[in-house]
Structure formats: structure tokens, C-alpha cells
Design a protein. Structure first.
Length: 255
């Protein structure tokens, strides 16, 4: 079910992410949500423990403490024009960025678990009786068609307990995907699309960034300040993250 207006508890919105690494695209999405839903008082980034529940995703990623620090620094620098390109564009557009320490937090609850946690686990853990709001990519919704990734039990829990706020990705047709899930999996999901037009056009170009772009830019030796805030970029460089060693392995990585 695609809603013209969101249904569920929007005073708190949760954003599960691997942050491998976080980039302007993730922070812009959080900013977008705060503009679109002004009733939101707290946006919680749920940092992944790195154990992906999708059996087809096997990429090694840096230790959670490193990913946490990149995210923490990025949030601190997000609205500072001296450290953040989107902040410069916001200033030029006379827009005051909303995302900051007064309305966001980083949850590390996943880090106490050694195994993979599913989206349904987030719904169960954070639910307080109302549907909780989770920011997800439309590509994740598309993966709900595959019972090897999302079980019937997972989908039933998501259907009953979750409003998904979705970000467009890879030209996936959201309406068609929801209809296929309804037909093939027997569930009617509650979804609200992100409206990117609430932000100035010049800022929206940062949606084109992905964590893959950042990793590849690092391996190619490119400057990272066009992808994420200054201190986060510096932290990646100082810790030699995403740099290949001889033999194709990486430093400071974990499973």
C-alpha cells in the first residue's frame, strides 16, 4: 500500500545502515526525511554489526568501531560549510539544514549480536505498539520477493509492524514491486516514498553517490571530500580503509 500521507509513528524514524562507509547520500536522505516529516523529533541510525542476513551479500567490511567513527564524524560535520559540500549548497540556497545532534542518534544495539539481524528483528526490537517507521532502499523492498532472503514470517512481521519510508534506487518501479510482493508473497506492505523535491535541486545530486563509489574512489587514490565530510574522509585515509593489500585482502576488516 503506497500512502499519500504516512501512517505510523513518525516522531521517531529509524535508519538501518551498514555505513560501509556512510556518504553524503545517506546524510542527505536523513535530511530529506526531516524536511518531509516535520513532526519527526528523533532520527536513529541503526549501525549494522556487519553480518548481513542476505546470503548473497558476502562483502567483507571494516570493523564496526571504524564505521561508527566515520558516521559520528560525518554527522558532526554535516551542517558545517567549511567541512561539507551540501552545507555550502544549502547556504547558497538560503536553506538551514535540520540534521544535527539535537535530533539524531546512533544505535549500536546490533553490535551485541554475533549473528546477522534481519529487518524484522528491528521491527520487533523498536516497536512500541504502533507501526515503526524505517528508512529503506527500494532495492531492499525488491529483495522481499525472494523467500531465501525474506521468509514468510519476516514479511508478516514487517506487514503488521512497519511503515517503510523508501528511497528510489536503480530505476526500480516501486508500485510494480509492491504489487508483485502482494501477488507472490501474499502481504500488503505499508510504504511512503521519499519526496526529493523538498530539497534544493543543487543538493539532490548527492543522491547519486553510493558507498561503492566511495570505496572505489579510495582504491583509486582520489580525494574523498566530494563524497563525505572532511573529517570522515580524513579518518578513512588515516586508517587506510578500503585500500587493497597485496593478494587482494584488506586491512582492519572483520566478519
Amino acid at each position: 500500500m503506497l500512502l499519500p500521507t504516512a501512517e505510523g509513528n513518525l516522531s521517531e524514524i529509524y535508519f538501518p545502515l551498514t555505513a560501509n562507509p556512510v556518504g553524503y547520500n545517506h546524510l542527505l536522505l536523513a535530511e530529506n526525511v526531516l524536511w518531509q516529516f516535520p513532526e519527526t523529533q528523533l532520527l536513529v541510525f541503526i549501525l549494522s554489526n556487519g553480518r548481513h542476513p542476505d546470503p548473497f551479500k558476502t562483502l567483507q567490511i571494516p570493523h564496526s568501531s571504524l564505521r561508527y567513527e566515520i558516521l559520528r564524524r560525518a554527522l558532526l560535520d554535516w551542517s558545517d560549510p567549511e567541512k561539507s559540500l551540501p552545507a555550502i549548497y544549502a547556504d547558497e540556497s538560503k536553506v538551514l539544514l535540520k540534521l544535527g545532534s539535537n535530533n539524531c542518534a546512533i544505535s549500536r544495539w546490533e553490535l551485541s549480536y554475533s549473528g546477522p539481524l534481519r529487518l524484522a528483528d528491528h521491527v520487533q526490537y523498536f516497536s512500541t505498539g504502533q507501526k515503526i517507521a524505517l528508512i529503506v532502499g527500494v532495492d531492499l523492498i525488491q529483495r522481499m520477493l525472494d523467500p531465501r532472503i525474506f521468509t514468510d514470517k519476516d514479511l508478516a512481521q514487517i506487514e503488521n509492524g512497519c511503515l517503510m519510508i523508501t528511497a528510489p534506487r536503480d530505476d526500480i518501479d516501486l508500485m510494480q514491486t509492491l504489487e508483485l510482493i502482494k501477488q507472490n508473497r501474499g502481504v500488503k506492505l505499508t510504504v511512503q516514498e521519499i519526496n526529493q523535491r523538498v530539497l534544493p535541486k543543487k543538493m539532490r545530486k548527492f543522491y547519486q553517490i553510493s558507498s561503492t563509489h566511495i570505496r572505489k574512489a579510495t582504491q583509486a587514490g582520489h580525494a574523498l571530500e566530494t563524497f563525505l565530510p572532511t573529517n570522515s574522509a580524513l579518518y578513512i585515509s588515516q586508517n587506510c580503509l578500503y585500500k587493497r593489500r597485496e593478494g587482494g585482502t584488506y586491512a582492519t576488516y572483520s566478519y
